[in-house]
Design a protein around this ligand. Structure first.
Ligand code: 5GP
Ligand code: ZN
Length: 113
């Protein structure tokens, strides 16, 4: 837990967010600036700054399984969806609490910018 971390504060319900799923390991909520009709962020309850800082394989496994569950609940599996983890600012990371973006509901081009 980190007292001044935005996503820790969302997990603690100190800052409002549209939470769509949660379990004992992770919380999923809608991105405030959606880049697709479905844009959900899945975050571990434990504060970890980046993917590079992850040591526990179960943490990342639990995170990805909740991301897949969110995609099923959003009805975007058959059409296709994307899971993205940006690591460090050069790749676009702006919030330094590990999160998986779940994006879908529109055609997604490749490669990403
Ligand atoms: P990053 O750029 O670090 O990969 O992703 C951070 C994401 O968090 C961005 O897509 C941004 O729109 C989202 N975000 C930033 N502040 C908030 C907030 O206060 N609430 C929610 N729900 N999303 C946020
Ligand atoms: Zn945090």
């Amino acid at each position: 837990m980190s007292s001044d971390c935005l996503f820790c504060r969302i997990i603690r319900r100190e800052i409002p967010a549209a939470i769509v799923a949660e379990d004992e390991h992770a919380v999923a909520f809608r991105d405030i600036g959606p880049q697709a009709p479905t844009h959900v962020l899945v975050v571990p309850r434990q504060h970890v700054s980046t993917l590079d800082a992850v040591e526990d394989p179960q943490l990342i496994g639990n995170l990805m399984l909740l991301a897949a569950q969110v995609a099923r609940a959003e009805g975007i599996v058959d059409a296709g969806y994307r899971t993205v983890i940006n690591t460090n600012s050069g790749a676009g990371q702006t919030v330094f609490h590990l999160h998986v973006h779940v994006l879908g509901g529109r055609r997604l081009s490749w490669p990403p910018g």
